[in-house]
Design a protein around this ligand. Structure first.
Ligand SMILES: Nc1ncnc2c1ncn2[C@@H]1O[C@H](COP(=O)(O)OP(=O)(O)OP(=O)(O)O)[C@@H](O)[C@H]1O
Length: 141
């Protein structure tokens, strides 16, 4: 078992639904600690930079538009196998295919507005955490 950190974003649709607390509760019940957090309304440029790896995908513009459409809640989660554990809590990218009891099954309806983002590897987690947080903003305990 490895202590890991991962980046999580509660997307504009879930912030608008007022379910930040319910989602945080799932992280905590799964043993993930929130060691940094900020609410932010991303500019187009910030959203483009964050999703740069998806630049060639057909849905890139829609994704950037959506991610900058309203405030998001961004957090660093720390815990045993945090990357995979958070992906399990999130459920499949398409909420219609997400397992019952997952965040996307319970709080999202469409693939383009799917409630949460979570880093998909330890390597990407480090890049994504550094995109939003300086090391002095992380509060491990
Ligand atoms: N076919 C699609 N149409 C519209 N949006 C999509 C589509 N596929 C993916 N997306 C959006 O782009 C995001 C990134 O896609 P990716 O395939 O990396 O999914 P993911 O890793 O489950 O999601 P995320 O990176 O947000 O955690 C998805 O979360 C979703 O919001």
């Amino acid at each position: 078992m490895a202590l890991e950190r991962t980046l999580s974003i509660i997307k504009p649709d879930a912030v608008a639904r007022n379910v930040i607390g319910e989602i945080y509760s799932r992280f905590e019940k799964a043993g993930l600690k929130i060691i940094a957090a900020k609410m932010k309304h991303l500019s187009r440029k910030e959203a483009e930079g964050f999703y740069a790896i998806h630049r060639e995908r057909p849905f890139f513009n829609a994704l950037v538009e959506f991610m900058s459409s309203g405030p998001v809640m961004i957090q660093v989660l720390e815990g045993e196998n945090a990357v995979a554990r958070n992906r399990e809590l999130m459920g499949a990218t398409n909420p219609k295919e997400a397992a019952p009891g997952t965040i996307r099954a319970d709080f999202a309806e469409t693939i383009d507005a799917n409630a949460v983002h979570g880093s998909d590897s330890l390597e990407n987690a480090a890049i994504e955490i550094a995109y939003f947080f300086s090391t002095t903003e992380l509060c491990p305990r």
